[in-house]
Design a protein around this ligand. Structure first.
Ligand code: MTE
Ligand code: MO
Length: 397
């Protein structure tokens, strides 16, 4: 069993597939921390977790602009010693997040992620840009178009997981070769000892157990770059022959938001609070307000560093909207916002309502907002689902 050496995992993770291991962060715990704790960070593995050794691990850097004979094999210690340390608080979100929700609209193929294949952490490491410039790479070299990234995890034929990002993105200061996650060594599931963090970009390009950086004129030939993580038009149906070259690889993520609380199907008493207030609370001393509202909370995030300018929630399927309160990284601005936004609101329960169709949608710095339904964005692989998120609750009393 190639998975027998996979690491132990937190029992609260919601397992989507055991081998390879794929699991979501429990939504009920997601709001407790702005930075997702390492053992609750969602996991998306395509292959067995590789056995890596921090002493023996090497990061090879090669390709166009580096020059023959100038390739390097950096140890983790050399990398830490040679380059300045930087950190970035940044989201990883799978391109398949909320696929299960798109499936409700029409059948899609892939792992049925609900809405919690997304997490946010502080990543510490060195800038990819600093390494490349040190190796003599010219940021204006027009031959270089893409940067390939490979991991130590391999398929049964020996092929590693691979991806690529545009050269211009690779040279941006936010792109980091990380060795720490939330101030600890990166755990085995998340890429120990090195991982490429590409803020604002889909999870699939943020290669774990990083062993290779290659500068090239073309995108990575990897299956995961060429034949996966591309969203087709809704006109393309199951069973059709797919022309993968007709659609570009997913890079920057579109705008997204979803509720974490309450869970769908929750019964809410009209006259009592539905959930605890945010932050630490002494239960015995807390008096529940009888305020006729339902408390909601969740996350919002957009790719490309586009900050979230507002989150709106609706009690009635989108007829009426209220602005939610937002929590953001105070060190990031609206044009370079790599971390997520957490939101919360107390929504008044409409007079006479017996059920509520709660909706959330967010708006980013470019005034992009989410589509109302999946109708126009449905695609056979169920990628990048970001339609309005709905949660149904029942009202008692
Ligand atoms: N890197 C390697 N080497 N192998 C993988 O299977 N999965 C990718 C990406 N990097 C993957 C990888 C995908 S599709 C996602 S969504 C993220 O890692 C998930 O990161 P996480 O497991 O730390 O949440
Ligand atoms: Mo993913």
């Amino acid at each position: 069993d190639p998975f027998s050496t996979d690491p132990p995992r937190h029992p609260a993770l919601i397992v989507n597939n055991p081998k390879p291991f794929n699991a979501e962060t429990p939504p009920s715990l997601m709001m407790d921390n702005f930075r997702t704790p390492n053992d609750l960070f969602f996991v998306r593995n395509h292959l067995p977790v590789p056995k890596t050794d921090v002493e023996k691990h090497r990061l090879r850097v090669e390709g166009l602009g580096v020059g023959e004979g100038k390739e390097v094999d950096l140890s983790v210690a050399e990398l830490k010693k040679k380059y300045k340390e930087h950190y970035v608080t940044s989201v990883v979100q799978c391109g398949g997040n909320r696929r299960a929700d798109m499936q409700k609209f029409k059948k899609v193929a892939g792992l049925m992620w609900e809405g919690y294949a997304i997490s946010n952490a502080k990543w510490t490491g060195v800038r990819l840009r600093d390494i490349l410039i040190d190796l003599g790479v010219d940021p204006a070299d027009e031959r270089i178009k893409h940067v390939h990234l490979e991991g130590a995890d391999v398929d049964p034929t020996g092929k590693p997981y691979g991806a690529s990002i545009p050269f211009e993105k690779a040279m941006s200061p936010e792109v980091i070769i990380a060795y720490q996650m939330n101030d600890e060594d990166i755990p085995a599931d998340h890429g120990y000892p090195l991982r490429c963090i590409v803020p604002g970009v889909v999870g699939a390009r943020q290669v774990k157990w990083l062993t290779l950086v290659r500068l090239s004129d073309v995108e990575s030939p990897s299956h995961f770059q060429q034949k996966d993580y591309r969203a087709f038009s809704p006109s393309v149906q199951h069973g059709e022959e797919l022309d993968w070259n007709s659609v570009p690889s997913i890079q920057d993520y579109p705008i997204q938001s979803a509720f974490c609380l309450p869970a769908s199907g929750t019964t809410v008493d009209r006259d009592s609070a539905t959930s605890l207030p945010f932050g630490p609370v002494v239960l015995a001393e807390y008096s529940f307000p009888k305020d006729g509202t339902v408390d909601v909370a969740g996350y919002a995030w957009s790719g490309g560093g586009r900050g979230i300018i507002r989150v709106e929630v609706s009690p009635d399927g989108g007829e009426t909207w209220y602005s939610a309160e937002m929590e953001q990284d105070p060190d990031q601005n609206q044009d370079k916002m790599w971390a997520w936004t957490l939101f919360r609101a107390s929504i008044p329960i409409p007079e006479g309502a017996q059920t509520m169709d709660l909706v959330v949608k967010a708006t980013d710095r470019s005034y992009n907002t989410q589509p109302e339904t999946a109708a126009g964005i449905w695609n056979i692989r169920g990628l990048l689902h970001n339609a309005w998120h709905h949660v149904e609750v029942k009202i008692r009393g």
